[in-house]
Design a protein around this ligand. Sequence first.
Ligand code: ZN
Length: 553
Amino acid sequence: MKRYLLILMAGSVLAACEQEAAGPRTAVDTLFVNGKIATIDPAMSIASAVAVDEDRIVAVGGDELQQAYVADNTIDLGGRFMMPGFIDSHTHLSGSPRRHIDLMDTTSIEEIKGLVAGKAEELGPGEWITGYGWSEDVMAEARRPLRGDLDEAAPDNPVMLTRAGGHSAVFNSAALRLAEIDESTPQPDSGGIETDASGRLNGVIRERQDIVSHLIPVPTNAEVRDSLIEVLQDQFRLGITSVTQAGIDAEDFAEWEYIYGQHRGALPRAYVQIFWQTPDAMKAFGKKTGDGDKYLRVGPVKLFIDGGFTGPAAYTKQPYRGETDYRGKLSHEPAEITRVIREANEAGWQLGIHAIGDAAIELTVDELADALDAVPRVDHRHYLNHFTVMPSAETMRKMAEYGIAITQQPNFTYTLEGRYVEYLDGDRLEHNNSLRSPMNYGIHVAISSDILPIGPLVGIYAAVTRKGMSGRVFGPDEALTVMEAIQGYTLNGAWLSFEEGDKGSIEPGKLADLVVLDRDLLSEDPEHIMDIGVAQTWLGGTLVYASEQEQAR
Ligand SMILES: [Zn+2]
């Protein structure tokens, strides 16, 4: 990374030396000049220059900054677009062991079979093979991979391939045999084991993949450490400078502390959600929301209320489209949901809750409001991790009244179009992953990716156009302006981690987390937003990513 810094500095140091000294100028580390800088300050002003010293912004303005400051390193942005680093306030980042295959870019079942067969060859018979990220919406065969496909590819290895989104997976016969699951196995109390038209298992299990996956040897943190570090650093390529990791076990937080201890300043800032245990266990953990430093902090408690639409298992008020009674399912008994929300609220934790269906959202909001009535909190910032099926007006009013926020994933409208069209209809389809409606009720809305896919420009494209992958527009009245979408992906995300005073906008005193794009996001034709590339990413005043074109400049 240091190498990039040197290349960029070469030209600019000269520029700084040539400049006439006009009165005493303040020395700073870096001066960005000649940019189009979306500051996301309260006036949404556009600046052209930013002065940075150590890891903070010291001044924001125009050409006058060149008279006021003398910099070790002057970066001429050449008119390019700069904004605060993206804050992805709901994502899942994990390292993977050797048995794992990345399926995010696969576009056919044939391709998947090839990857699985190759991995079987590499690992030898009997070894588990896992994969993540397939989606039937992009498969050339226009269907999901099924048990028979995996049996052909790897008859002698148990295989589990998880769909993008994580709410279902397909297993081969060897895996189902090991788990002793067959046609006579009773359905689990949530999710489901699928059968085909002839009543045979097709290999797909919704939501309750754990009934098989508990057999997969758990890799040690050390086995996946290097891979996790790579995944974290990869965020910089997308312009992401802060993430909220949406759920780990308390005992794994030590691994994050270890990694961040080793790589201070070279990883995106992280806010880590923790799965609730018991009040005593959480006390024993010894940390709470907000503990940590500007690199790594303990985030909110994570709790699942329902599943998602990829399973599908989102819990809805009306049956799914074309179904007489299937409405998805709760992930826990209602009494358990009440208990966790109450305990965590009372113990002073922030809560970040997974709720996708309208029934799940309404139940969650009622539970949060009851918990807050019982134990009021001054600045709790509880929020919903998703908001796919828009709840009633009454629920949205209640959210505004109790200060319950949302981190929304507009990219779902794009990526999951196929699922929504299949399972939803009418208003609930049009208003999927609503943005404008909750904002109109006064609800705080941040924007995030939830890895479907990670990549803020997909989210911004979908927030602005409301388009699915087919080009169909859903609920155009839910669309945001580009500036609002940027704010959702920056400052509003910082608020969710109580850090709006420290990051999320380009203002004096804030951390110099910045991203330079290769085109002007504000004036680009919205249709082409997804084609915009990240040129540079800066974390705390240090260049942590520069694109190849950038390095060649
Ligand atoms: Zn998630």
